[in-house]
Design a protein around this ligand. Sequence first.
Ligand code: NAD
Length: 468
Amino acid sequence: MSAAPSPPAEPGDPASQQVVNPATEEVIATVPHTTPEEVDAAVRGAAAAQRRWAALAPAERARQLRRFASAVDGARHDLAAIEVAEAGHPVAGATWEAENVRDLLDYAAGGVERLTGRQIPVAGGVNITFAEPLGVVTVIAPWNFPMPVAAWGVAPALAAGNAVLLKPAEATPLTALRLEVLAQASGLPEGLFQVLPGPGPVIGEALVDHPGVAKVVFTGSTAVGKRIMARCAAHVKRVTLELGGKSPNIVFADADLERAAAAAPASFLDNAGQDCCARSRILIQRSVHDRFLSLLEPAVRAVTVGDPADPATAMGPLISAAHRERVRSYVPEDSPAAIRGAVPEGPGFWYPPTVLEAHATDRRAAAEEIFGPVAVVTPFDDEEDAVRLANATDYGLAGSLWTRDAARALRVSRAVAAGNLSVNSHSSVRYSTPFGGFKQSGLGRELGPDALAAFTETKNVFLSTDDG
Ligand code: NAD
C-alpha cells in the first residue's frame, strides 16, 4: 500500500502520526497509519508480486534493482533534505545516507546473478543445491538511521527474489515513503516493495505474527527485539536482529594520542549519539588518562552543534522531547561532567556533548545504552584489564582500539566479544563487509558478500542417474 503524507490531523489522532522536525519542533507532515486489514492485503499483494519477481531472469531482476538505485541517486538531495527535516541529521551525513541506499541497491544487484548453489559429489546421481527466496520479508526499521538501516534489509531481500514490507519507525516514516514512490517510478513490480507506517505494537506486531510473512528483519532496541524473537518462535519464523550497543573505545598508552583524541568526539557524537555503534565507553590506559582528557576536551568543544541544514554543522538535536528526557535521566543536573559542550538556544530537542568520569557517575550511565551524546571515561591498568572492562556488558556490537602495536591490535580485537572492531579508526559499517552483534546486540549478520544468503533457504535436490 502507499500512504502519502496528508494535511495535518488533530493532535493525538490514533489513525495517523505527526512527524515533527526535531530542530524546530514544528509538525512537518501527518501520515495515516496502516490498518490491520491493510496489512493483510499488503501481505497478499506482496506474495503475488514475489512469485512474478522470482520468476524473472536474474539479469532482468538485477537491471530493475539498478534502475531503482539510479532513481535513488537522482533523488539523493531530496531524500537528504527529508532526513534533515524529520530526523535532524546534519545535511552532510544525510546525503551520505541517501548515497548509501543507492550503493546498497547497486551492490545487491551485483549479487543476483552470483547467487549460486553447489554441486556436491554423491553416489548414484547428481546432487545440487538451490538458494530459494523466502517469500515475503518484513523489515522493521528504527528512527535513528531510517534510510540506510531500512535498505540493509530491503536491498538484499529484493535481490534474493523476495518481496519486502517495510515498517518505518513512527517518528521517521517520510524517507521510507519516498523510497516506495521511487521504487514504483523506477518500474519495480506493483506490490513488491511496500511501506506500511504505523505503531510498532500494532502494525509491527501484525506483520511479525502474519503467517504470510516468512522472515522478520528487526533493527531497534534489545527489549523489543526479544519480544519479536519470541513471537517469531510461534511460526519458527526466520529472524535477523540488530539491537543495542554500549561499545568501547580502548586507548592504549602506546597509541598516537593526538589522533585518538581527535577522532573520539565523532565516535560518540555522530547523530547526537543516537547510533547503535556509538563508542560511548572510553577506556583509557591509566598512565595517559589525564593527557588524553586534556586533548579530548578541546576536540569535544570544537564540535559544532546546531541547524542540521547548515553544511558546517556536525551535530544536530535529539529525535524528540521524550528521548531528551530519557538521556537527561542518565546525567542529573548536578552531575560533575569532565567535559560539557554547548547547545543552541530556542526550540529544538538539543542536548550538549557530555563526557563523564566513571568514578563520579551513576552506574546506569556507565552500563546502559544512553543513545545520546554522552560518553563515560574509565581508566584501565593493562591489556587484560582493558579486555575485561570492554567485555563487562551484555552488548557486543562494535568497538575500537588505538595502539601502535600490531600484535596487540590483533590480540585485543580477537578477545573483545563484539561483531565489529576497528583499529586506529572508528569505522563500523560498510555495505561490502558483514555487520551484526555478539551477545544481546543481535542475531545474524547483514551487509557484506553474504547478505543475500540471509534471505534464502537452501534446497537440496538429488537426481538419480540410475538407468534401471
Ligand atoms: P524501538 O525498538 O523502540 O523501535 C524500532 C522499531 O520497532 C520501530 O519501527 C517501532 O515502531 C517498532 N516496534 C516497536 N515495538 C514493536 C513491537 N512490539 N512489535 C513490532 N515492532 C515494534 O527502537 P528505536 O528507539 O526506534 O531505535 C533505537 C534502538 O535501535 C537502539 O537500541 C539502537 O541501538 C538500536 N539500533 C540498532 C542498530 C544495529 O544495527 N544493531 C542500528 C540502529 C539502531
